[in-house]
Design a binder for this molecule. Structure first.
Ligand SMILES: Nc1ncnc2c1ncn2[C@@H]1O[C@H](COP(=O)(O)OP(=O)(O)OP(=O)(O)O)[C@@H](O)[C@H]1O
Ligand SMILES: [Mg+2]
Length: 506
């Protein structure tokens, strides 16, 4: 009789009931803030109240944004940073993996630093740290990004080699803030060779050889981004207004991640050193967009920053297409999460298991248009209001034309028109070919079946394997891709019989 028997009730049902218990949106006092101390983003979708982000009500100032490609994550981040800068005059450092922020940062008067184009970071820089601590950090980065450190003895040998390199340059291992020129990666390799020479066990010599060979790749000319004297000053990167550290010129995911991790290690140290100054707003926003390699690993300093950032007034913004690539510690420690459109069950389930929302919210998440989202806020104080609610489209400054790509009858991929055109150009289509596809969208009320696009790509001469890569990039799963190709086959074979049946009808 109306009594819930927990063992018989699915959590999703419970979630749905909560909708009736808690008002679907927080009250105006929680949503609206004085514009001089909060960032306006959008209106709520049910009551149409302006939503201001104000971290004072929240357990911490960290933010995560998830959603499919083209959902509007970067747009949200850009809108947010522009306004946060006006409100608090905060600094922001964007770790830009794919070079999607650099143009915008220049437009709004910020600074772009492109790693891989003449700038270097010396992996052995200390940024004020004790050499002993830095040696451990370097080892952690190597463990996350390479296969090194898999045995205790190999790890010890590498750490010893790093420490020896510092000692040779006159450093005291346990002193901070020593004003000397730090050693370079080649000095570490030299020390590893010496340790190898003294090593009696053949197995251990092999392990050291492995370390030498991995580290040697980082000093090859052209790949030596971490092997020379630093040209970047980290304290400048985080205190010069809006700065984009463009990593896309670096040759591999591993090198980009090493750069990202190293910068974060330095920032964490500075954050702890600066201590806590009660004051207005936030000192620094650090943005990691699609930085999956450094957002996933437990040992990454993104996670330390999430855990400790609040007391230092540092805020982390993590955006990702693939929530399962973001460590749960990040999701469970952020004060705000923007959930934009999600399509795959696996991703939806992952996010839902962290945020625990109702069916009502879940249904919307699968259907959001570009720029729309649900926002989850972890309030400082308990409230009787729902802590997750829907926002209308993020109110930025750019106009929006959306196109729809239909995949079978269950998937409708939405893209902003210009961004889809860019994807096609990046994929290698000529301007003329892009125009041809764009025209089809225009004629068709901006909707097109993916089959039409695939058959155009085949007509343009793209091999099937290349087309598959493109479909994956649009966010289509392999099993759906397989059925698309069989459908394409059916369409091709069906053309003739179709013509015949049409004739008969005529
Ligand atoms: N709220 C919005 N209003 C107007 N235009 C928007 C809005 N959100 C996104 N767009 C436009 O949609 C396109 C895709 O948005 P965006 O680049 O932010 O997506 P994304 O989620 O970051 O995708 P990806 O994962 O591929 O980086 C861009 O051209 C952007 O300008
Ligand atoms: Mg993006």
């Amino acid at each position: 009789m109306g009594i819930l028997r927990p063992q018989k009730v699915l959590s999703s049902e419970l979630g749905a009931r909560c909708f009736f218990v808690h008002p679907p949106e927080p009250n105006k006092e929680l949503l609206m803030s004085n514009p001089t101390e909060a960032v306006y983003l959008a209106r709520t979708s049910i009551l149409n109240v302006p939503y201001y982000w104000n971290f004072k009500n929240l357990i911490n100032p960290h933010i995560s944004v998830v959603g499919v490609t083209g959902a509007g994550k970067s747009y949200l981040v850009k809108t947010f940073l522009t306004r946060a800068n006006l409100v608090w005059n905060t600094n922001a450092l964007i770790l830009d993996w794919v070079g999607e922020y650099n143009k915008w940062v220049k437009q709004v008067g910020g600074k772009v630093v492109s790693l891989g184009k003449g700038d270097y970071i010396n992996l052995l820089d200390l940024a004020g740290m004790k050499p002993l601590d830095r040696a451990k950090q370097i080892m952690t980065a190597l463990e996350i990004l390479t296969d090194l450190g898999h045995t205790a003895s190999q790890k010890r040998a590498i750490e010893d080699a790093i420490e020896n390199a510092y000692k040779e340059k006159g450093f005291d291992l346990v002193k901070k803030d020593q004003k000397r020129e730090p050693p370079l990666l080649k000095d570490v390799i030299k020390n590893l060779n010496e340790i190898k020479r003294r090593e009696k066990s053949e197995a251990k010599r092999d392990e050291i050889n492995e370390a030498i060979s991995v580290l040697s790749k980082f000093i090859i000319p052209g790949n030596d981004y971490f092997a020379k004297k630093s040209t970047l000053k980290v304290h400048k990167l985080i205190s010069s207004g809006l700065v984009c550290l463009d990593l896309h010129g670096l040759p591999s995911e591993q090198i980009r991640s090493l750069a990202g991790l190293t910068i974060l290690q330095f920032i964490k140290e500075m954050m702890r050193d600066e201590g806590w100054h009660p004051g207005k707003g936030i000192k620094l926003f650090i943005v990691a967009d699609e930085a999956w390699k450094i957002a996933k690993d437990e040992r990454s300093d993104l996670i330390t920053i999430v855990r400790e950032g609040r007391k230092y007034q540092f805020s982390l913004i993590v955006a990702s297409q693939n929530p399962t690539d973001v460590n749960k510690a990040i999701f469970s420690n952020v004060g705000t999460m923007f959930v934009m459109r999600l399509l795959f069950k696996e991703f939806k389930d992952y996010v839902r298991s962290s945020l625990n929302y109702s069916d009502f919210i879940a249904e919307h998440i699968g259907r959001f248009g570009v720029g729309e989202c649900a926002v989850y806020q972890a309030y400082y104080k308990r409230t009787s209001y729902s802590n997750i609610f829907l926002l209308s489209r993020i109110d930025g400054e750019e106009p929006l034309i959306t196109i729809h790509i239909l995949v079978g009858d269950k998937m409708d991929l939405e893209f902003e028109k210009e961004s889809f055109r860019r994807k096609l150009l990046e994929f290698g289509l000529t301007d003329k070919q892009v125009a041809q596809i764009s025209m089809k969208f225009e004629k068709n009320d901006n909707r097109l079946n993916i089959i039409e696009i695939i058959s155009d790509l085949e007509k343009f001469g793209y091999a099937r394997s290349v087309v598959i890569t493109f479909l994956r990039e649009l966010g289509i799963r392999d099993i759906d891709i397989t059925s698309l190709f069989s459908e394409l086959q059916r369409v091709k074979m069906g053309v003739e019989s179709d013509k015949i049946s049409k004739l008969e009808v005529d």
